[in-house]
Write a protein that binds this ligand. Structure first.
Ligand SMILES: [Zn+2]
Length: 84
């Protein structure tokens, strides 16, 4: 365990675990992907998941308000029919 293999990586493309061996470019030995170009994909915390869920709920509620307005228009149409 005396050898310093450098920084450990898990390839973002193929999932291969490897060490960069202190090379300037941490490239996957299997698929050659440059790990510096890996997309930032942090695991979500419970708080972030709840925040995302709350945001989705807000967006889902918006159409419901429009439906309520449509009902009002239908009531007006019924009233107009009663006048005839
Ligand atoms: Zn790879």
């Amino acid at each position: 365990m005396a050898r310093d293999l450098g920084t450990k990586f898990v390839c973002f493309k193929c999932g291969t675990k490897f060490y960069d061996l202190k090379k300037p470019v941490p490239a996957c030995p299997k698929c050659g992907a440059d790990q510096r170009e890996a997309p930032v994909a942090k695991p979500q915390t419970a708080r972030q998941q709840r925040a995302a869920a709350a945001k989705e709920a807000e967006e889902a509620e918006a159409p419901a308000v429009e439906e309520a307005e449509t009902e009002d228009e239908e009531d007006e149409a019924e009233d107009a029919g009663d006048d005839e």
